[in-house]
Design a protein around this ligand. Structure first.
Ligand SMILES: Nc1ncnc2c1ncn2[C@@H]1O[C@H](COP(=O)(O)OP(=O)(O)OP(=O)(O)O)[C@@H](O)[C@H]1O
Length: 210
């Protein structure tokens, strides 16, 4: 269970959102919606603890994510709106390095399984600067399968993904929730999934309302 209470954030002098409260149970998918600039990415980073100090409390399984940071990070996979892939490294090197950052040593068969799942079978040794935008996104998405964790925080994961890939990714979200995972994502895409989706709508606050 991810619980969020009283999240408030400012950019410069503007209040982006105030007192956001969420309770995301195991087995749920939640989509943050809102127009460009509303604060969706900021909110996701805020929850992940990547947005510096801001007001509010984020707890995971009743533990404060700030005080129990290591445990929270152990259960969290955050994929930003940029793929976050090093172009000088190969596909496999990227996945290996990213997993190593959380202390996980990836066996080759795990990399093969993940790349097969994201339709990049055989791309292990391909330098990432030779990949298309959609292929780079798929490398990032392969982390869903190399770093199995309960909480997925995904910022615009459908970016650059083709139509077949969109359906596949929707299926992965559903499967993750069906296995008790928690999915929180931002996207402008209308999800077509076979389970309920919860929505968080961020609307720009009127100027001076903070
Ligand atoms: N590094 C920054 N410094 C100052 N302001 C920022 C910074 N990053 C974002 N902002 C501002 O914060 C606001 C929210 O940005 P954010 O990226 O969270 O919006 P978003 O809802 O994710 O937008 P989009 O749909 O375009 O991705 C925007 O007005 C933006 O200009």
């Amino acid at each position: 269970m991810l619980r969020v209470q009283g999240l408030t954030a400012w950019r410069e002098d503007r209040c982006l959102y105030r007192d956001v409260a969420l309770a995301l149970p195991a087995g749920s998918i939640t989509q943050i919606r809102g127009p460009n600039g509303a604060g969706k990415t900021t909110l996701l980073k805020h929850i992940a603890g990547l947005a510096g100090h801001r007001a509010g409390l984020v707890s995971w399984l009743a533990y404060d994510s700030h005080n129990d940071r290591d445990d929270f990070l152990h259960n969290l996979l955050y994929l930003g709106h940029l793929p976050g892939i090093k172009s000088a490294l190969s596909v496999a090197e990227n996945l290996t390095a990213l997993a190593a950052c959380r202390g996980v040593s990836l066996p080759p068969e795990t990399i093969s399984y993940a790349l097969n799942t994201v339709k990049l079978a055989g791309y292990d040794d391909m330098p990432c600067h030779q990949l298309s935008a959609g292929q780079l996104r798929r490398v990032a998405l392969a982390r869903l399968f190399t770093e199995p964790v309960a909480l997925w925080l995904l910022d615009e994961p459908f970016t650059a993904i083709d139509q077949a890939g969109v359906r596949e990714l929707e299926g992965w979200l559903v499967a993750h929730a069906a296995h008790g995972g928690v999915v929180l994502l931002t996207t402008h895409h209308q999800l077509h999934v076979s389970c309920p989706v919860h929505y968080v709508d961020l609307l720009p606050l009127p100027e001076g309302r903070d």
